[in-house]
Design a protein around this ligand. Sequence first.
Ligand code: 0RA
Length: 660
Amino acid sequence: MANDYGAKDIRVLEGLDAVRMRPGMYIGTTGPRGLHHMIWEIVDNSIDEAANGYASEISVSLNRDGSCTVSDNGRGIPVDIHPEQGVSAVEVVYTQLHAGGKFDNKNYAYSGGLHGVGASVVNALSEWVEVDVYRDFGHYHIRFETRYNRRTKKMEIGKPVAPLEKVSNTRKKGTTVTFKPDPAVFEEVEFQYSTVCDRIRELAYLNAGVTFRLTDERIQDPAKRTVEFCFTGGLRDFIAYQIAGEDPVGDLIEFSGEKDGVRVRCAVQYTNTFTETTLSFVNNVPTQEGGTHEAGFKSALTKVFNDYARKLGALKEKDNNLSGDDFREGMTCILAVNVRQPQFEGQTKGRLGNTEVKPAVEAVCAEHLTLFTENLKNQEAAQRIVDKAMTAAKAREAARRAKAQVRILKETSATPLVGKLSSCTGRDASKNELFIVEGDSAGGSAKQGRDRRYQAILPLRGKPLNVEKKKLDQVLANEEFRSIITALGTGIEDEFDMRRLKYNRVIILSDADQDGAHIRAILLTFFYRYMRPLITEGHVYIGMPPLYRCQKGDRTVYCYDDREPEKAIQKIGKGYTLQRYKGLGEMNPEQLWETTMDGANRKMMQVSIEDAAAAERMVTILMGDKVDPRREYIVQHANFNKVDTFIDRVNLEGGAANGR
Ligand code: 0RA
């Protein structure tokens, strides 16, 4: 590595000013994702320490002043004076790009999160940073600040206020870092508890045996502030969490191995569902878009189980191999690899690009999957996996025929659209909106109230089918879904084509009650399963009708949650009438337009997928047939009078968007 001098090393010559100038280059974005990335950069360093066996506990605390503290019980960052720099090693780590234990890949074989530049970047983008090191029987402290220097008229970025100082004697060991993200850099500086918590849980699964603690000091009730995660089972525990109580088919398959410098860990569990969930990670970083490691796993799985199906005689000589999809139906897989120099590609840097990783992962997986199928005690499980794939192949054939039907529907879109759609007159898809409305009576109001130039209405009668439990051909036989597919024009699954989308916004309008929440969940699941880009590219919205109407004379105030009426009444004074809307159907066309459809006034939430693992799990729980986990989940998370609770959790995360 030492003579492999490239552009990345030249950065060493730049100061922290370079980071301030172009934060996006170092942390991706200055939005919420980048903000949280600051935490993960620091946590990464502690995880390296734990992964090397020196630390067993990592704590994260979200403080009331907007700062975040990360501490570990590792060896502590070295405090001695750096021979060339003449300052403490801690100071070097926090003030020089690409400095620290990670600057060459010798100390830590597989470290390096997404960007691997760590501590100094966090310092550059913070108002201040404090580091406390406990080692060599001492407690050492240093503080860095970013501030305007009046004398030089320059911003000083992440400068130490004083050299590292020994505060006291102690036998304690470890590192504690507190940083406060700079509001001048980030669009938003409030850490999101659910984002941090979900990721810490994930890290705890990926780093078996390490105790992770999260404290949110902003929570009033001290008893509810801290959660702790420690999973001795690692990926096996992760799988159990992810399948959320679905019925397993066969035993868990779990293995790990290493080839050509690629470390592979994998856990696979089949269940009696029909969907595939593959969660993959590279050096603890989720790879939502897959990549060469996933390709290696898939190719091994397909090959090993096809060979086994032939050995069993389930596939005859003349039969074609089963497809990879068939073997992955109902499969949940967690694949965690460690790669020395990961290359992340794709729009969100969520895909692993290293070509050498595929054959390495494939070899490790093929070896262990073969061992699994050959082991006598796994015969029943392996047989069931083959059976499941044979059934999947038959269903695939049926779905292919059904899809051909959809294609015909799509291609004959000149014919009047099915059923109940009231289309709009404008032909500019980028301006058009489709409202999918619960119930005929609300549908009627929406039709009358809308701006017919760009708003189309599709009323839904009753509840659509729960897609999670159905195969594609059954979904496509359902009239409600057929109308939606036809109306949108894009096709589904691998035939999905965004260019044919007829409505830039697809807005779900359902009641603020349990039924409404269920319908919303079913529709979101449908989009999630069959038209995912519609969600990832931000075309799906949840309309938010008001819950109350407070009126006096010609003054009307609409209230969108249960706390607002009180404020409205105070404002409006005595002699008001307060109406609670039990459903959309109670609103007349003008009211529905004014409050829910008019782009100038309405409230909507844009549905997005921040975290695919959380979304998968949520969908499984909400739509699966296990009643207990669902009840528990709903009790914990769902307040059906508040749309955003649900959306928040799907992470199908909703940044409240004002409809424009
Ligand atoms: C390099 C060398 C040594 C410790 C670390 C880095 C270290 C860094 C961080 C960052 C957060 N927590 C950390 N813990 C340790 C120690 C080398 C030695 O003691 O021999």
